[in-house]
Design a protein around this ligand. Structure first.
Ligand SMILES: [Fe+2]
Length: 291
């Protein structure tokens, strides 16, 4: 390729789609909804080069049995295979973790327990990883960690945090980065029930990342421009310390029962520019709930 053409190609924005909170299930025609979403991604005049999921691919294996898990992932896989050849990069959510509720017949020592099953089903070597595309570095994080009483909380365990820190430090400083996690690093969406007796708001660790400032400071030091999340099925955009935090709606809207807090069933379309800026658009793919 002549160098001019190569330079022009390098100057083109890199487009990807962010599909979060899909919650595939046989009920409420969710499989059809997901199909329609992927058809809409495919039909875009400029097709995304990769689809990055934001977690909660299925509904749900946290508290359901193996039979249900197999059924959900086979529906998920069939829809993906049947509808698009765009490569996927997966980020996991709390609903993709198996057995932590201890309501299933699976033991912690079983390979499928916790994140083992979703890794097996989606062919993931690890639940957190990095890759380079379009002149940007992507960090897919896994902020779903076990909490007492069969629950979960959001943070990066030490090994993952150290890996992220090291990779960011070794990354060329001029390379911009995008981070994807399921539970937001920062969100204001749960600051709506302050307690008078505490003279404070209360934000659960399952709603926003524990030690958010530790991650936020790291991002702002290392040219992370965009942090995408899901989990709350809302649309939210926070600009803080040079980083844009976007909670990117939900493919399933309100868990396939209609829009949630004014947000339609949709997905994020992101154009990453070579100069470190980006454009984000939330696309309503036109699903009508079947209830
Ligand atoms: Fe969700």
């Amino acid at each position: 390729m002549p160098s001019l053409a190569r330079a022009e190609e390098a100057a083109q924005p890199f487009r990807f789609a962010h599909l979060t909170d899909i919650h595939v299930q046989p009920e409420l025609s969710a499989g059809e909804g997901f199909r329609k979403c992927l058809a809409s991604v495919n039909a875009l005049e400029k097709r995304p080069e990769v689809i990055v999921t934001g977690g909660d691919m299925v509904m749900d294996i946290f508290a359901h049995n193996r039979q249900r898990a197999d059924q959900l992932f086979s529906l998920y896989g069939d829809v993906v295979k049947g509808e698009t050849d765009i490569p996927f990069r997966s980020c996991i959510g709390n609903h993709d973790v198996f057995g932590w509720s201890h309501r299933q017949d699976v033991k912690p020592e079983d390979a499928e327990f916790g994140k083992g099953l979703v890794c097996e089903k989606l062919g993931l070597e690890k639940t957190y990883y990095a890759f380079d595309q379009g002149g940007w570095r992507f960090y897919i994080l896994d902020d779903i960690q076990m909490a007492p009483n069969n629950r979960y909380q959001a943070y990066l365990e030490e090994e993952q945090f150290e890996w992220l820190k090291k990779d960011l430090e070794e990354k060329p400083a001029e390379t911009p980065a995008v981070v994807v996690s399921h539970i937001p690093i920062y969100t204001v969406s749960t600051f709506d029930n302050g307690r008078e007796e505490d003279l404070a708001y209360r934000v659960g660790f399952s709603a926003m990342c524990r030690e958010a400032a530790k991650l936020g400071n790291l991002f702002s030091k290392h040219n992370v421009k965009l942090a995408l999340s899901g989990h709350h099925h809302i649309l939210e955009r926070i600009e803080f310390q040079g980083v844009t935090y976007i909670c990117g709606g939900a493919v399933s809207g309100g868990w396939w029962r209609g829009p949630h807090r004014g947000v339609q069933e949709g997905f994020g379309l992101v154009d990453l520019n070579p100069n470190g800026t980006f454009d984000y658009e939330y696309v309503d793919y036109g699903w009508t709930p079947v209830t």
